[in-house]
Design a protein around this ligand. Structure first.
Ligand code: GAP
Length: 441
């Protein structure tokens, strides 16, 4: 399988099986937007839930906020985004198409028509709109380009309401918007994206230790969502390429079908943001250490994860083709924790009411282990298995006449079929429930 066809196959499966659809598709689409379908939503929720568990709930020093997307524009002036959140843009003098200069092999020639490209100019990537009925400059607001802004703006609120001691962090999941010059590579480079971000506030002397701690958490998260360790790589960003707020950044890159590219980032943002907001708002954002009586503006470590790039990395890692039973089979070897459906329950024959009733009973038992237990009685059993394989369901459970006691020693046992190997085993319903519980633990 060449890498290009792998990408095409992932995009096709994502659409065919209800993971990801092109945005506004019935109107011809809208560049840089994609919608999550029924299974995509479940996959995304599972990824976000696991992130919340590992980045917030497994720790005693983490809190959440859910800030607005529209915020006072002074936030983005203070953070440096109004002045500096831009990419170099070039325009072809002949066909008038626009390109990101740093993505071109030849920055002087148009890749579409061969025309001459003009001088590069900086293009601000923040989406602008107007709040209220006035459409003049005084009403300009921006759609947030990173969720981080809402965390910094709420630092004082969290301090004043919960009085946490340093170090502590604030986590947030939400939408961010970037007017990318060239959105591309499916859900890799979007104009509307989701981020899972932590701003972790530390004493300046503790930043390096906190940086190392979060670096480990990022690797653990990569493993938990099923990314093979040899497909995730760290890239130390050289000083001259650091974002305006960062003193140190490690990009976590992933081997996507179109090359090794940034998956997540880990940055040491120093006291840049809180100091800038202190200056911009006139409100003190410093912290008083009760023990040492020292007062200072906390420094920040920021693990920042794009949800959509994470989903694409998961789909890329999980996509498989084999020849099970002599037929070409496509399946997603998803980690059970993130799989949209944990198990599918099915009566061997759908026109036998006693089998259907027993299968429904089994499904209710398994639903107590996890709610995402599907039901499928359409078509023959082989077709049902293939459908579940393509959405990455780790287990299929089939109820047959033996379950009902036709062979007395098999009464109340079912067939458990494993997605990756296609192997089947005969187990009691209790054992099946345990297998599912263990797999998703
Ligand atoms: N708060 C820091 C920040 O936003 P970033 O490196 O610009 O840093 C963080 O973005 C993460 O957000 C990236 O590592 C990536 O996962 C995701 N991301 C950024 N731009 C994106 C885009 N246009 N489409 C999809 N995901 C994007």
């Amino acid at each position: 399988m060449t890498d290009l066809t792998l990408m095409e196959k992932i995009v096709s499966l994502a659409k065919r099986r209800g993971f990801v659809f092109p945005g506004s598709e019935i109107y011809g689409g809208l560049a840089g937007t994609f919608d999550y379908g029924p299974y995509g939503v479940l996959l995304k929720e599972n990824v976000q839930q696991l992130w919340l568990q590992m980045f917030r709930d497994d720790r005693d020093d983490m809190y959440s906020v859910d800030a607005t997307i529209l915020m006072n524009p002074k936030i983005w002036e203070a953070s440096g985004h109004v002045a500096g959140f831009s990419d170099p843009l070039v325009e072809c003098e002949k066909c008038k198409r626009r390109f990101r200069a740093d993505h071109l092999d030849n920055p002087t020639t148009c890749p579409e028509c061969g025309g001459v490209l003009g001088e590069a100019r900086q293009f601000n990537m923040m989406f602008k709109t107007h709040a209220g009925a006035m459409e003049d400059d005084s009403a300009v607001v921006y759609l947030r380009p990173e969720t981080a802004g809402g965390i910094f703006a709420n630092f004082k609120n969290v301090m004043d309401s919960l009085h946490p001691k340093l170090p502590f962090g604030i986590a947030q999941i939400g939408k961010a918007f970037r007017n990318e010059i060239a959105p591309r590579d499916f859900i890799f480079r979007l104009r509307e994206l989701s981020q899972m971000e932590v701003e972790y506030f530390v004493s300046p002397k503790d930043w390096a230790q906190a940086f190392e701690e979060w670096r480990k958490v990022l690797h653990l998260f990569a493993t938990a969502i099923g990314l093979p360790s040899n497909s995730v790589h760290e890239l130390e960003i050289p000083p001259e390429e650091l974002a305006h707020y960062s003193k140190r950044t490690i990009d976590f890159e992933f081997d996507y079908p179109f090359g090794r590219k940034e998956l997540w980032g880990l940055a040491y943002r120093t006291d840049f943001d809180l100091s800038a907001h202190e200056k911009g708002s006139g409100v003190s954002l410093s912290y008083l250490d009760e023990e040492t009586k020292e007062k200072y503006v906390p420094h920040v470590i920021e693990p920042s994860l794009g949800v959509d790039r994470t989903i694409l990395a998961i789909l890329t890692s999980a996509y498989r083709e084999d020849a099970l039973g002599g037929e070409v089979r496509t399946y997603l070897a998803l980690a059970p924790k993130v799989a949209p459906v944990k198990a599918m329950v099915s009566p061997l024959l759908k026109n036998k009411p006693e089998l259907v009733a027993k299968a429904r009973e089994v499904r209710e038992i398994l639903k107590k282990v996890h709610p995402a237990i599907a039901w499928d009685d359409n078509g023959n059993i082989g077709k049902r298995y293939r459908r579940q394989d393509e959405i990455g369901t780790p287990f299929c459970v089939t109820i047959d006449f033996d379950t009902l006691g036709e062979t007395p020693e098999h009464k109340d046992t079912v067939t458990l079929r494993h997605r990756d190997s296609g192997e089947q085993e005969r187990l009691s319903i209790v054992e099946v429930a345990e297998r599912i519980a263990t797999a998703i633990r």
